[in-house]
Every structure is written in structure tokens, then in C-alpha cells.
Write a protein of this length. Structure first.
Length: 280
């Protein structure tokens, strides 16, 4: 992989990680268009590197929320922040089971199969549409007519955290948006939209950093055999920096989009791109 391709992939990851359009799916599409020929393990290693960059951008953008969570958890303060960390840990259980038990199966999907990506994008479009017509649109119409809201959005509870975690576990498939799946699931459950968005961005930190640590272990153990060796150090760095910088911008943008309830337009986008992937 050359530096320009790594830069393009990093920009795509930075945007698609936070927008509900599937970063893994768009990386697969982008890799196909650029003619990248990486084996599944190397492709997945590069994707994880880009995801780590966006995780760090999440920490930077949400630092005011992230720092108190760490303080409360590591000092064992039984406050709302400690409770939030417990919910995040609960949400990580499903994806941990999926990754540990089905890692080889997951890697098999990262082979630039646009049919799989297209089908998963259609599922993402359906999920976003359902969350809009089932929850967001009725609430907007009620507010416009000064009527009582059809439901009162609640805080995320432990059961909601686990269900949202299940959505994250399924979203390991390329084309099925992680942020879109988790945010839409939270909205369907009746949770507060802005709280769901922040929870969605925070809950991915542990799984991504965990996968990154495993990749680092493999590289330290045997650098020559590591899948990262096929990509090269400079492209890795360029992709990482591009993903981090663009991710900081996209994270702030997405928080505002979710607050205004405008996810339906991304459903239209996923529908169009998904159909194009299947047709082509």
C-alpha cells in the first residue's frame, strides 16, 4: 500500500466511523476501487489501526465526559459516572464473545466482497429508517403541533446497554454500520438520542483498543510475520493521522446530527450505495 492510498483510506475511516454509513463497509468499497490487494489479515490489521485513530479522536472530543468516567471507575466512586462505565462494560460482552469465538469467520468477510457489503448497507438503511419512523418522526410531529410527546425518552439502563452491545456485535460485518446500529437501537428502545450517541462512541473504545493490543502483541512477537509488515510503517502512520484528524471533525458533526434527528438521510444514502454494490 502506498502513502496516497493510506491517506484516502484514513479520510474515509475518519468520516464513516461516526456517520452511520459503516466505516468497514466503505473501507472495503474504497479498497476495491483503489485496487488494493491485501490478504484478509493485513486488511483487518490496517482497519484496526484506523479504528484506533478514531477511538483516540473520540477521547479527545469527549474528553470532558471520558475523564470523569475513568476517575470514578478507578477510584471506585459509586456515582453516575461509575454506573456508566459498568454499562459500557456490559455492552462489550456480546462483541467480545463474537470476536473471540468467531474471529476467523469475521476475517473471511473482509475480502472485498461487495455483495456482502451491499446487503449489510441495506440492513443499515432499514434500521435507520425504522428508528426514524418509529421514534423520531412521531416525536417531531407531536412537538410541531404542541402536543404531548408520544413517549418520554429515558436514560440508558443495564438491559438497554446489553441490547445495544448486541447491535455492536452484529455490526462487525462490513457494511453494517456500528454507530448506525447502536444509535438506532438505542433510539428504538426509547433512550435519549444525544445520550445514545455519546454512549455509542464511548462503548467502542474498549473493543478497538483490545484488538489493537492483540495486533501489537503479534507484531512484537514476530515482526516479519505480522500482517502489518505487508502494509508498511509510513502508510500506517499516514492513515492513522488522517483518520484521527478527520475523526475529530466528524465526531462533533455526528453528535449534532443525532440531536436534530436527521439520520433518515443516511438511510437513503446507504440504500443507494448498497444497491450499487450489489448491482456492480
Amino acid at each position: 500500500m502506498d502513502t496516497l492510498n493510506a491517506l484516502i483510506m484514513g479520510i474515509v475511516q475518519g468520516l464513516a466511523e461516526y456517520l452511520p454509513i459503516s466505516s468497514s463497509g466503505h473501507l472495503e468499497i474504497c479498497g476495491k476501487l483503489l485496487g488494493l490487494d491485501l490478504d484478509p489479515e493485513a486488511s483487518l490489521a490496517f482497519d484496526v489501526t484506523l479504528h484506533v485513530a478514531t477511538v483516540l479522536s473520540t477521547i479527545v472530543v469527549l474528553w470532558r465526559e471520558f475523564a470523569p468516567l475513568c476517575v470514578s471507575f478507578f477510584t471506585f466512586r459509586r456515582d453516575s459516572n461509575f454506573d456508566t462505565v459498568v454499562k459500557i462494560l456490559i455492552s462489550c460482552i456480546p462483541v467480545a464473545i463474537v470476536v473471540l469465538c468467531f474471529k476467523d469467520v469475521i476475517e473471511g468477510f473482509f475480502d472485498k466482497n461487495l455483495t456482502v457489503v451491499g446487503c449489510c448497507l441495506l440492513v443499515t438503511a432499514a434500521l435507520l429508517s425504522f428508528s426514524y419512523f418509529y421514534r423520531t418522526r412521531p416525536m417531531q410531529e407531536a412537538a410541531a403541533h404542541a402536543e404531548r410527546r408520544p413517549y418520554k425518552a429515558r436514560d440508558i439502563n443495564y438491559v438497554d446497554a446489553f441490547v445495544i452491545g448486541c447491535a455492536q456485535a452484529v455490526a462487525v460485518l462490513p457494511g453494517l454500520s456500528r454507530s448506525g446500529s447502536t444509535i438506532a437501537t438505542g433510539i428504538i428502545l426509547g433512550d435519549k438520542r444525544e445520550q445514545v450517541a455519546r454512549f455509542s462512541f464511548l462503548m467502542v473504545i474498549i473493543p478497538i483498543l483490545g484488538q489493537a493490543l492483540l495486533d501489537i502483541k503479534d507484531y512484537v512477537t514476530d515482526p516479519a510475520a505480522s500482517s502489518a509488515a505487508e502494509i508498511g510503517l509510513v502508510p500506517m502512520i499516514v492513515g492513522f493521522l488522517a483518520s484521527f484528524i478527520v475523526g475529530c471533525i466528524a465526531c462533533k458533526w455526528m453528535l449534532d446530527i443525532v440531536k436534530k434527528g436527521k439520520l433518515i438521510w443516511f438511510a437513503v444514502y446507504c440504500l443507494i450505495v448498497g444497491l450499487l454494490c450489489i448491482i456492480l
